[in-house]
Design a protein around this ligand. Sequence first.
Ligand SMILES: C[S@@+](CC[C@H](N)C(=O)[O-])C[C@H]1O[C@@H](n2cnc3c(N)ncnc32)[C@H](O)[C@@H]1O
Length: 205
Amino acid sequence: MGNRVLDIVLIEPHHWLVGWHTADRLEATWPGGVFPCRPPADMISRAYLKMAEAVAWSRLPMRPGDRIVEIGSAPGGAAQRLVETGLQVVGIDPAEMDPLILGHPGFEHWRGKSSAIKRRRYAQFRWLAADMNVAPNYTLDAVGDIVQYPTSQFQGLILTLKLSSYDLAQHFDAYRARVHEWGFRRVDIRQLAFNRREVCLVAER
Ligand SMILES: C[S@@+](CC[C@H](N)C(=O)[O-])C[C@H]1O[C@@H](n2cnc3c(N)ncnc32)[C@H](O)[C@@H]1O
């Protein structure tokens, strides 16, 4: 049994539709299913909105001060949102980060590809995000290699899976199964309101 949510649709100033619906999921409480988010005027990239929505939807128990690594962090919109929430962020990317995020005390850039970083260095992180412009199986190969390393202690993942074609949707069960195999109990996939041709996969131990 969900919560009842009041719906008001403004057609014209003097013509309103009023009704209600039952929300059984968090996103069903957001107007139009879109996470209500006011980005800053100096938003670095659209990834700010994706990350804001992903964190809210995921309900992962992230706390200020927790350490998160983001693979595919340039130019830095997602990291901008994460530092705003008090997380300590390391961004891994061979590309340049925006000077705005480079100047933030909660952010550090490890310049290079994720595969070039010694895997034991990932042991300091509780959370992992990835937003690489590569095929889903490549993202899962790269992330799987890191989270299955014996010293890794990841509690949750937020992955963007880019869909070069919508036909890739037929592999969602296989993607979920791969992540379950890494020891994550909850694995959910959703196309966020702020996603384009991509989906968000969230996993929690
Ligand atoms: C969509 S952009 C990321 C946007 C970013 N999350 C933001 O908040 O602005 C994709 C990035 O993935 C990076 N990338 C692709 N393969 C990578 C890898 N193996 N390791 C690290 N970064 C990678 C690219 O250099 C590119 O900057």
